[in-house]
Design a protein around this ligand. Structure first.
Ligand code: NAD
Ligand code: UDP
Length: 343
């Protein structure tokens, strides 16, 4: 058995897929999640997929006492920290909630880690920290700026991690900057389960395809891109999950601390909104009705990563195609039209 990892937010979309990848790579995992945006059913499904119950603790990252209990009863090699709130619009309406949950929560977690001398930390950052990029593809040295509280909360945590690395050189702090995670586990058993009408493109398309929503609104067709619609670097969530395993493997190989080490997780390729709609329609055999509407406030034209650093340092690169992403999303959506709500 390999090292033991605490996975905060492990019941969520990216966390569930990463738990499976970690288990397959031989890691022992403990999931810590307050279920504010997830369900026990997700935990049941991970357990069914890996063929054994996973250790799950219902708790909040802002609850230092509860975290202490967890660290007292386990010897962790490190923490993968997914727990956070992620809806941009909600963050504009409720900035204090977002800073409290995402920033204060992370500080509490890091304080408890320091108390128990656990110094390996992999953090869910986002390409949103790059704001409107000046140069494409975006590499890790690009300047950072954010325009909404969600993005600010990610950037604030990155700054905290940078300061922490300077203050104590024993820390290994890897913010993984995700581009646009989409897709689902190939089994169709786990996937993205938005609570409400989806904000993101792929779950919106899949809900139109399955007949839950009538029509997709495409936000703008006058961007300076291949077809006028926005371009993003969509990455399959199982590739993303493998990126976390690669980051842990990398930390295990190090003889000296790495400090603050941000790494992009993307494919390096841009796909437009219309290209994604067309690929999804081909895979599902469904017509996806759409209309062009105004640009969404705050959106940028194009965003895709340089994936070189992950390849060189972690030996990781994304393998799955846009077709795979659409196929697995469709499989999950058609098998679970109501997500994890099985009643
Ligand atoms: P998700 O909402 O599905 O998962 C987050 C999990 O964290 C949920 O299970 C939720 O219940 C839990 N959680 C939230 N606040 C908590 C708290 N205070 N204590 C304990 N648990 C808490 O989101 P996801 O898509 O899996 O994203 C995971 C992480 O990756 C988030 O930090 C998100 O900001 C980041 N991220 C996501 C995307 C994306 O497009 N999905 C892109 C970039 C970065
Ligand atoms: N988009 C769209 N309609 C939607 C949701 C998104 O046209 O209902 C577009 C959006 O303008 C952007 C792209 O799809 O160009 C990706 O948006 P998403 O919210 O998924 O990711 P992000 O904007 O965070 O990169």
């Amino acid at each position: 058995m390999k090292n033991k990892i605490l996975v905060t937010g492990g019941a969520g979309y990216i966390g569930t897929h990463t738990c499976i990848a970690l288990h397959e790579a031989g890691y022992e995992i403990v999931v810590y999640d307050n279920l504010s945006n997830s369900s026990r059913e997700a935990i049941n499904r991970i357990s069914a997929l890996i063929g054994q119950p996973i250790e799950f603790i219902e708790g909040d990252i802002r609850d230092a006492e509860m975290l202490r209990q967890v660290f007292l009863s386990h010897h962790f090699f490190g923490v993968i920290h997914f727990a956070g709130l992620k809806a941009v619009g909600e963050s504009v309406a409720k900035p204090l909630l977002y800073y409290n949950n995402n920033v204060s929560g992370t500080i509490t977690l890091l304080e408890v880690m320091a108390e128990y001398d656990v110094k390996n930390f992999v953090f869910s950052s986002s390409a949103t920290v790059y704001g409107d990029p000046e140069i494409l593809p975006i590499d890790e040295s690009s300047s950072r700026s954010c325009t909404n509280p969600y993005g600010q909360s990610k950037l604030a945590v990155e700054h905290i991690l940078e300061d922490l690395a300077v203050s104590d050189t024993r820390w290994n702090l890897i913010p993984l900057r995700y581009f646009n995670p989409v897709g689902a586990h190939p089994s169709g058993q786990i996937g993205e389960d938005p609570n409400d009408i989806p904000n993101n493109l792929m779950p919106y398309i899949s809900q139109v395809a399955v007949g839950k929503l009538p029509k997709l609104s495409i936000f703008g067709n006058d961007y300076p891109t291949i077809d006028g619609t926005g371009v993003r670097d969509f990455i399959h969530v199982t590739d993303l999950a493998q990126g976390h395993v690669a980051a842990l493997n990398y930390l295990e190989r190090q003889v000296a601390p790495v400090g603050f080490l941000p790494i992009n997780l993307g494919t390096g390729k841009g796909t437009s909104v219309l290209e994604l709609v067309s690929a999804f329609s081909d895979v599902s055999g469904q017509t996806i009705p759409y209309q062009f509407t105004d640009r969404r406030a705050g959106d940028i034209a194009s965003c895709y990563s340089s994936a070189d650093k992950a390849k060189v340092l972690l030996g990781w690169q994304a393998k799955l195609s846009i077709t795979d992403m659409c196929q697995d999303t469709w499989h999950w959506q058609s098998m679970n039209p109501n997500g994890y709500n099985v009643t």
